[in-house]
Design a protein around this ligand. Structure first.
Ligand code: FHN
Length: 482
């Protein structure tokens, strides 16, 4: 039934191709003819994407999505012209997110955009980045190909506001894709729909003129996204952002068109839910039978609640900053608390225990290197991951009653359960409750069977040996539950 609906949607999109009417072309900033589109923009503007009546349809079960789910741990990279300013403008440090500096300091486009002539990341070594990412334990990377400022990190045929016009000249995305895929890390592309640079971008549509301009902008964005897809077929998916404007919401059909066009070119492609102006979260059909993103990507700098039962039935991802709220490079990290490696590990473990993916952000400097704090965090995570990565990859919600000492994760491949202790009880007695009809048959701590006893109704108590309680924290206890 669900499959039939999908076929109907794909057919509908195909019919739209036949009725294609070319929209007005965006000439300025365009180096080359545009990629043809599957639907006319006017037609899309007229198409209503219903806001209510979405139906939840569960997790995508194809190999590409299974891989995304098994990966669990990703590196987020925010890199752009904002890394030059690093949150400082005319001698003043702005406390907000560094990539939002043009908005905070009210910098006119003509001035901000000229930063491209200074952007020269001569120390960028994509192989070194990939090696650090691999050691940290990241299984995938999501890099900003274009953030809200509108600057493209790859050589784009559709704009002059790109890496080609900088003194660097090389293609940062091409180098990254090559280096990361070589070491076995999957690549995803962040793409901001919001674009402060493009003359046709509109925050809202109030007049016919706005509507026409926005349709030209959509055409431009679509051309760029398809260009990325064609140029880098290795990319596993797109991570869209900046879709909260009234203009995008008033044109919900654009997001449908973009998602369907990407999937028509590559059915394995994975698209986050934020693309949808009418974002319902993961894997929904709306009442038109239209597909709406593959996983919920709305958890930004927070995790869902553990009692939200839906999250264990859908795919989702949380993205996290190291300081409280900095994505792009900011030169002053003393402005807020910066997470430790242990805090990052706890967020990762908690995420996996709730059945989600965790995307940890890095903001490289303009010269192409990572700040020492990010390298230190990586080293800390690496230590723990080198011992316990089998707990994270393929990890999932275990369905056991949470205890105060930490989190449970079940490995979907081996069926093994793990208890990850973040708060070692002073008594070193680890309480474990198993579902009715199940038994705890063994508890393994640092390779040895630990003693435990059963307390009626209260579950089991595992005695953590003192020496183990003091070893690598957080401590992982393997649990055989039958
Ligand atoms: O405004 C952006 C922000 O700079 C950053 O890219 C984050 C990452 O999730 N998303 C936006 C806000 O939702």
């Amino acid at each position: 039934m669900v499959f039939k609906k999908l076929i109907i949607s794909v057919l509908a999109a195909a019919i739209a191709v036949v009725g294609f009417v070319c929209c007005e072309t965006h000439q300025k900033n365009t180096k080359k003819a545009q990629v043809s589109t599957s639907s006319s923009v006017t037609e899309l503007q007229n198409k209503k994407v219903l806001k209510y009546g979405a139906q939840y349809i569960g997790k995508r079960q194809d190999e590409a999505m299974k891989k995304f789910r098994a990966n669990r741990f990703g590196q987020f990279i925010h890199w752009g012209l904002y890394s030059i300013a690093g949150g400082e403008w005319k001698g003043k440090i702005y406390k907000g997110a560094a990539e939002w500096l043009p908005s905070q300091a009210k910098i006119p486009n003509s001035i901000w955009d000229s930063l491209q002539y200074q952007f020269n990341p001569v120390k960028y070594n994509a192989k070194a980045w990939a090696s650090l990412a691999k050691k940290t334990g990241f299984k995938y990377v999501t890099i900003t190909t274009k953030h809200h400022e509108g600057f493209s990190l790859w050589k784009s045929e559709h704009t002059n506001f790109d890496i080609e016009a900088t003194p660097y000249k090389g293609d940062l995305i091409e180098e990254l894709v090559k280096a990361y895929t070589t070491v076995g890390i999957d690549v995803y592309f962040y793409y901001s729909i919001l674009d402060w640079h493009h003359k046709d971008w509109r925050n809202d549509i109030k007049t016919e003129k706005d509507s026409l301009a926005f349709s030209r902008y959509y055409q431009f964005a679509k051309n760029q996204v398809l260009e990325l897809q064609q140029k880098f077929p290795e990319a596993k998916g797109f991570w869209f952002d900046g879709t909260w404007s009234k203009s995008w919401k008033k044109n919900g059909a654009y997001s449908y068109d973009l998602e369907m066009t990407l999937k028509k070119a590559n059915p394995n492609i994975i698209v986050n839910s934020r693309l949808r102006a009418d974002d319902f979260g993961s894997r929904h059909f709306d009442s038109n039978g239209d597909l709406m993103g593959d996983y919920q990507s709305g958890y930004e700098r927070y995790l869902p609640e553990k009692n939200d039962t839906l999250i264990t039935k859908m795919d989702w991802e949380a993205c996290m900053t190291l300081p409280v709220r900095q994505w792009g490079y900011h030169k002053d990290w003393s402005l807020s608390h910066v997470k430790t490696a242990n805090e990052a590990i706890e967020l990762l473990v908690k995420t996996v225990s709730l059945g989600g993916n965790f995307l940890l952000n890095y903001g490289p400097k303009a010269d192409g290197t990572f700040r020492f704090e990010e390298i230190a965090i990586s080293n800390g995570i690496e230590k723990w991951m080198s011992e316990y990565k089998h707990v994270i990859y393929n990890g999932d919600y275990a369905g056991l009653k949470t205890q105060d000492w930490g989190y449970y994760i079940k490995n979907t491949k081996t069926g093994k359960y793990y208890g990850i202790i973040f708060n070692m009880p002073i008594s070193r007695q680890m309480r474990v409750e198993v579902p009715k009809g199940k038994k705890l048959t063994q508890a393994i701590v640092n390779g040895n069977s630990a003693k435990f006893h059963y307390h009626d109704k209260m579950g089991y108590y595992i005695a953590i040996p003192q020496a183990d309680a003091l070893t690598l924290s957080p401590l992982v206890v393997e649990l055989n539950i039958e």
